[in-house]
Design a protein around this ligand. Structure first.
Ligand code: ADP
Ligand code: G6P
Length: 462
């Protein structure tokens, strides 16, 4: 079997818990197969006396069956490539937020520079039959840069975030270059059929692509395979976590504390794509429209700090502070607060217990590639008395999780009604829906995802 070389912007210390679907999913699959994981070290080399620090060497670290190979980034590169182009251009546009994008021309140059740096550093590590699997929007031009250096390996790409429709994509000044770069990969994978459709619409309408069948597209003088590979989770591993000491303790603590109340839960990175203000508005509407929930329902919203050096993330933080403060001020009692808002990461081993103690999970992004929290919540439930998932129709997960209560997060009233329905759903309906949801996340789990993508990559015609 060919060795696997995974490349992503963020690698993770595999011994520590990580927030972020990509780090969690890859950590699990690489540990099982073994291989190399290459990416940014997370370190920034600051300028010295106004001069950029010299380019760093590759650092190697062994963690179980995985070799982590990482490079540091200089300050200017980090600012332009990560904070700039990746998170101030591609992230907002791919999540349909043109209003938040900052099309500063210096960002694109830094993005290209870092992709070239990655290609230069990676090339000497490669063996001829390695399968290379590149992840996410930070590294769209990487295959093209590797090809320019003579690399002929099979290279696959998986986009963890949504692929926007062509007219939204076309707002990025470099859109043609980005889409052309995708054709340097042998396989391009998306989270959902909707994303794949947007890709095919773009290449057909903007690049006159020929659709060759079997997921093959010919454009820009090259052929690539494109497909939908919805990312899954390791259900059994998560259940083991739920059964472990911390998982059980967390569950018992929360169950006892909320024995006379109904617990609702949100777990997200603090990101404007997650629909957090809209969620708070819907919860407020629930308390206004269905007063029986006052003094009874509590929403725990955990939002881990994320990308704080990007302006839009500061704005969402201020917005959440003020919305949560206002609802607690307006509805709170001496012995009950409607919202517990926690602006922190929580340890992964405590998550399953928290999910299991919750009656309802609110997963209501305005746009999301997949959303693994939705799947983790399902996995952690007690099948005999499961909690209910309220899920945005705009999360990639909604294509698979049809038995959740699907909502439009922009519709405050509709979302409040769905939350009320979830809180009052009869046991039998909850059990039936949960059984279907669990089957779906078990069938298309993380092993299925890795296998189907790598089979497509290994089998792709060159
Ligand atoms: P994204 O990749 O956009 O962050 P996902 O829902 O796909 O969203 O993945 C998030 C992952 O990070 C999940 O595995 C989730 O358990 C974890 N996570 C998110 N927020 C937190 C948090 N506040 N504390 C602990 N883990 C978190
Ligand atoms: C999403 C992206 C990942 C990213 C993660 C955390 O899951 O798809 O690529 O790693 O968010 O974001 P960060 O910017 O901290 O890496």
């Amino acid at each position: 079997m060919s060795r696997l070389v995974v490349v992503s912007n963020r690698t993770a210390d595999l011994r520590k818990p990580a927030a972020g679907g990509l780090a969690v999913a890859l950590g699990e699959s690489l540990q099982q197969r073994g291989g190399v994981w290459f990416g940014w070290s997370g370190k920034i080399l600051e300028d010295v006396d106004g001069q950029p620090a010299p380019e760093g060497k590759v650092n190697f670290q062994r963690a179980g069956k995985v070799t982590l190979a990482t490079v540091d980034l200089g300050r200017a590169d980090y600012d332009a490539y990560y904070a700039g182009y990746s998170n101030d251009v591609l992230w907002p546009v791919f999540h349909y937020r043109l209003d938040l994008a900052n099309f500063d021309t210096r960002f694109a140059a830094g993005y290209r520079r870092v992709n070239q740096l990655f290609a230069r550093k990676l090339l000497p590590m490669l063996k001829p039959d390695d399968l290379i699997w590149v992840h996410d929007y930070h590294l769209i031009p990487l295959a093209a840069e590797l090809r320019a250096l003579g690399c002929t390996n099979r290279i696959g790409f998986f986009l963890h975030v949504p692929m926007p429709p062509p007219l939204i994509m076309a707002a990025i000044p470099e859109h043609e270059w980005l889409m052309r770069s995708l054709f340097a990969f042998d396989v391009v994978g998306f989270q959902s059929r909707a994303d794949l459709l947007h890709f095919s619409h773009y290449v057909e309408s903007e690049a006159g692509a020929e659709v060759l069948g079997d997921g093959r597209f010919r454009a820009y003088g090259r052929t690539t395979h494109a497909g939908a590979f919805p990312i899954g989770m390791d259900v059994d591993d998560f259940l083991r976590l739920a059964e472990a000491k911390e998982g059980r303790e967390m569950f018992e603590r929360m169950r006892d504390e909320y024995s006379r109340r109904q617990l609702l839960l949100g777990v997200d990175r603090l990101d404007y794509s997650k629909g957090l203000p809209q969620r708070i508005h819907a919860f407020r509407e629930l308390l206004a429209q269905y007063p029986e929930n006052r003094n009874r329902a509590t929403l725990i919203q955990i939002a881990s700090p994320s990308r704080e050096d990007v302006e839009a993330y500061g704005d969402i933080r201020r917005q959440m502070d003020s919305l949560c403060g206002a609802i607690n001020g307006d509805y709170g009692e001496l012995d009950w607060m409607p919202i517990r808002y926690i602006h922190r990461n929580i340890a992964r081993k405590r998550l399953p217990g928290l999910y299991r103690a919750s009656r309802v999970a609110l997963v209501t992004p305005l746009r999301d590639g997949m959303n693994l929290v939705a799947k983790e919540f399902i996995a952690a439930q007690d099948p005999a008395d499961p909690g209910m998932l309220v899920l945005s129709r705009f999360a990639g997960a909604a294509e698979q999780l049809k038995d959740a209560l699907l909502v439009n997060p922009y519709d405050t009233q509709g979302t409040a009604q769905a939350i009320q329905r979830a809180l009052t759903m009869p046991l039998e309906e909850r059990r039936n829906r949960h059984a279907n949801l669990l089957r779906s996340i078990r069938e298309q789990n993380i092993h299925w995802w890795t296998r189907s993508f790598l089979d497509a990559l290994a089998g792709a015609q060159k």
